[in-house]
Design a protein around this ligand. Structure first.
Ligand SMILES: [Zn+2]
Length: 509
């Protein structure tokens, strides 16, 4: 199948107001094969062999690379709009204490809901750090993958696992009993006398993931990828990460791991390891370009920033979640100045809460203004847009293949209606996209050379039926019921622990 988009404007940083006018784009298979002025790339003279051709009238439309969300958790879709006014540590207790155990169908529905929201708002690629409130079974992973396969979105799925909770160790040392909480219990309690058991569990999990990766990695013409998702720096041993990286390299896949999202995590890692998270990962040889590190908020020292730059690991900025949970601001300017590739994400729908990358770009472009007194160092609209597109492409291990509307690149293209109220009168395209657009101008969406949204309608999934089923299932989940006494106490205990650690770090510890 080939697609010809005729008479379309194309985002182009070299053109006046960043827009090249009246172009045509030819897509063959999953790749952009020609871009030229419309008069030079017209139908009667077009040579495309015998393949069928779909023609899209691009008049009044702007072609941009599809947006990429490089960090989210689809299982949180049931919990959008469910919490507020909680820092991450007590929020995690609420999440694990009330989510219940999902079925494979629940995972399918959550991933499908992500795909629906994202595709209709111009997001063509996602990196789903998939969690499950209990032990993994292969059918849960397959269900999420199947939803992404059915939807037509580009997706990398990184199932979360862990093997030692160092935050619980530090809580013990400071006199807080979090081990018996609903959060601690959902992680097996992390009793030190069960280390051998946990190691066996990790081996079994990785063996299952190995087989899963054989079946799914690069399926659907390369559109789907199977990554590894060790949960977070404070939740894994060095050995767990070494095994993960080795398995990822065996498959040519990525490793995706939360990294110092909060000051509590930074404090716990420094207390246990005697060095910062980045310093530890660097010393162990665990930072490399296939490693993506969502949040990286508390990477502050010049030495740690230099370590990141040297090794090429990719921090993923999630401004909405970091604001909602009060975690802090990633040092994005300091990272960009060192040549570090920064990607952008929305994070899960319980902390973000929507999955809209236009929101994420706008926040990334604006919130850092508060921390810098020289306006020339503020994040530009183009930098925010490129973090979302080129940074996202690097996070999906598709650097130089994805993230631009350019010949030779994969055809993930969003066509926006430039006659919409938010894009009129189309001043500089990058600023219009980052500061003005909300996703409401998205008209057509192409992923991997296939039209998946036409005239604002998703062509791949029965959205009405899925949303009806999603409502039904959500009503039965435990988090919709009033909190029981134990969960309320566990959340209060986690809040007290959070406050105690914050007092310590604020006094310089
Ligand atoms: Zn996350």
């Amino acid at each position: 199948m080939a697609i010809l988009i005729e008479h379309v404007d194309v985002l182009d940083p070299a053109a006046p107001r960043s827009t090249a006018h009246d172009q045509s784009i030819l897509i063959e298979g999953n790749t952009i094969t020609r871009i030229a002025p419309a008069a030079e790339l017209a139908l009667p003279s077009l040579q495309i062999g015998a393949q069928p051709l779909q023609v899209i009238n691009g008049r009044g439309l702007l072609a941009i690379p599809g947006l990429i969300s490089a960090h989210t958790h689809s299982p949180e879709n049931f919990m959008r709009g469910a919490t507020e006014r909680m820092p991450l540590e007590p929020w995690l207790v609420w999440l694990y204490g009330t989510c219940g155990e999902y079925s494979a169908r629940d995972h399918y529905l959550c991933a499908a809901m992500s795909a629906i929201e994202m595709l209709l708002s111009g997001v063509t690629g996602t990196l789903d750090h998939l969690w499950h409130g209990g032990p993994w079974q292969r059918e849960y992973l397959d269900a999420a993958m199947q939803a992404y396969s059915d939807s037509g979105i580009r997706a990398a799925v990184a199932p979360m696992y862990d093997d030692h909770d160092y935050v619980l160790d530090v809580a013990d040392q400071l006199g807080f009993d979090l081990r018996g909480s609903v959060y601690g219990q959902s992680h097996g309690g992390y009793r030190p006398d069960r280390e051998d058991y946990r190691r066996g569990l990790l081996r079994d999990t990785l063996a299952m993931l190995d087989a899963w990766m054989c079946d799914w990695h690069r399926r659907d013409d390369g559109r789907l990828q199977a990554f590894l998702g060790p949960a977070a720096g404070q939740l894994v041993t060095t050995e767990c990460l070494q095994w993960s990286l080795a398995l990822a390299r065996k498959h040519g896949a990525g490793v995706h791991m939360h990294c110092v999202e909060t000051r509590v995590q930074d404090y716990c890692i420094r207390r246990v390891r005697g060095k910062t998270a980045i310093h530890w990962l660097y010393d162990e040889g665990l930072l490399s370009p296939e490693v993506t590190l969502p949040h990286s908020v508390w990477v502050r020292s010049p030495a740690d920033l230099d370590r990141l730059a040297e090794c090429g690991a990719i921090p993923v900025h999630n401004p909405a979640a970091n604001l909602k949970l009060g975690s802090g601001l990633m040092p994005m300017r300091e990272m960009l100045d060192r040549g570090i590739t920064v990607a952008l994400g929305v994070d899960g729908a319980c902390s973000s809460d929507n999955q809209n990358m236009f929101d994420a770009m706008k926040l990334a472009a604006l919130i850092h203004n508060l921390n810098h007194h020289d306006p020339q160092t503020w994040i530009s609209a183009r930098e925010a847009f490129e973090a979302c597109t080129l940074g996202g492409a690097a996070a999906l291990l598709l650097r130089e293949r994805l993230g631009r509307v350019r010949v030779g690149y994969l055809a993930d293209i969003v066509l926006l209606d430039t006659r919409s109220a938010v894009l009129a009168p189309m001043n500089d395209a990058y600023r219009m996209l980052v500061h003005c657009e909300t996703g409401s101008s998205v008209k057509h969406v192409i992923v991997n050379g296939r039209l998946v949204v036409r005239d604002r309608k998703l062509l791949t999934l029965d959205t009405d039926a899925l949303i009806a089923e999603f409502f039904e299932r959500a009503a039965r989940l435990p988090f919709r019921q009033p909190l029981d006494e134990k969960t309320r106490k566990d959340i209060a205990d986690a809040q007290a622990f959070w406050q105690a650690v914050m007092q310590r770090v604020e006094s310089g510890e």
